[in-house]
Design a protein around this ligand. Structure first.
Ligand code: CP3
Length: 339
């Protein structure tokens, strides 16, 4: 698989390509399914989950599928009441306030509590071209804590950093609980067919480098250490995290995902040469005309140079108003490239 080769920094004829949020609302066939089924129903019904996971692959033929799910799904068996409200996104109805709240959270028995996900992974793996990888994923402890503490997360993480400094013991216990949950969750996904794993740390970049290093690095390292024997590459992605780049190679993931703000060569210099990189086209570039999208896709690949270990991707999830034909121009440009 070209995707797995790139994760392990083996030479490939071109960079593999997939992109974050590739199954989703920019696709008319996804909107058609969502018109009839709630978001969680799609996640809970393996047939629907398989269908929306495969939709972008059928259309664009990228090198990896990402299982359709959400980073917040494990909250449900943990005991956090999760709903998705129209126009607002996720809401936790019993957010974490105290040590007792953290102690009450249970570590799911994934085979039973999230059986739908294992079934969907197996069905996708059975349908997918053997040359394409299936990516499983989860949220990183800090990003999960953001939703668990805020209940409704607005635009920033002030409320979380307020909690982190005013109730440090509760915060640490919550991070430890999520770490303890994530290791068997990743094991579960690999057991059912995931060929690679991505840890999404959407909000990690809102921490100072000092606090990230102090509060997050030990748990991130533990997750990577304890999932290494699964034998699949792990990708760590944090948004707007160039100030954290110096530490990210030490986490121990095979791949580091890059947002679009910093040139790939600079990130490479900060990361060293023991990790592969993924990214980093600004998703807004997909609003440009096709020629310009092709130019910028090639420029992204050339910014990495011919160093092995680059996965073409966006610097964050695709925007939902993105025209579908523009997505095709992006994927085709990456697939036509030769080193
Ligand atoms: O194609 C894929 O990438 C797989 C599916 C996927 C979803 N969520 C489906 C989804 C993935 C990888 C995620 C990850 C996720 N979920 C993250 C981390 C990635 C990132 O974007 O930084 C986060 C922070 C969440 C939590 C979440 N889920 C939010 C904040 C929202 C609402 C805002 C939004 O993007 O719509 C969701 C809902 C959600 N998760 C949708 C989808 C397709 C939209 C729901 C709908 O169909 O109406």
């Amino acid at each position: 698989m070209i995707f797995i080769d790139a994760c392990y920094r083996r030479k490939t004829p071109r960079p593999p390509i997939w992109f974050m949020r590739q199954a989703g609302r920019y696709l008319p066939e996804f909107r058609a399914i969502r018109a009839e089924h709630g978001f969680l129903d799609v996640c809970f019904t393996p047939e629907l989950c398989v269908e929306v996971t495969m939709q972008p692959i059928r259309r664009f033929d990228m090198d990896a599928a990402i299982i359709f799910a959400d980073i917040l799904l494990p909250f449900i068996p943990m005991g956090l009441e999760l709903t998705f409200e129209k126009g607002e996104g996720p809401v936790i109805h019993n957010p974490i306030r105290s040590m007792e709240d953290v102690e009450r959270l249970r570590i799911p028995d994934f085979e039973n509590d999230m059986a739908y996900l294992g079934q969907a992974l197996e069905k996708v793996r059975a349908q997918l071209d053997p040359q394409k990888a299936l990516i499983g994923f989860a949220g990183a402890p800090f990003t999960l804590a953001c939703y668990a503490i805020a209940g409704r997360l607005g635009k920033g993480t002030e409320i979380i950093r307020h909690f982190m400094f005013s109730k440090p013991d509760v915060f640490d216990a919550l991070i430890a609980k999520f770490t303890e949950m994530l290791i068997p969750y990743f094991e579960y996904q690999v057991r059912h067919g995931a060929n690679a794993l991505q840890l999404f740390d959407t909000w990690g970049g809102t921490l100072s480098a000092f606090d990230f290093q102090r509060l997050m690095l030990p748990d991130l390292k533990r997750i990577m250490r304890e999932t290494k024997d699964l034998g699949v590459p792990r990708i760590y992605f944090a948004k707007a995290a160039s100030h954290l780049r110096w530490f990210l190679a030490s986490i121990g993931s095979e791949v580091v995902g890059l947002d679009w703000t910093m040139p790939i060569a600079h990130s490479r210099r900060m990361l060293g040469d023991q990790v592969a990189v993924q990214g980093n086209l600004d998703p807004a570039v997909l609003y440009a005309d096709h020629d310009y999208i092709r130019i910028r896709t090639r420029a992204m690949i050339e910014a990495n140079g011919d160093k092995p270990g680059h996965i073409a991707n966006l610097g964050h999830g695709i925007y939902k108003e993105t025209p579908v034909e523009n997505v095709a121009a992006f994927v085709e440009a990456a697939k036509a490239y030769r080193y």
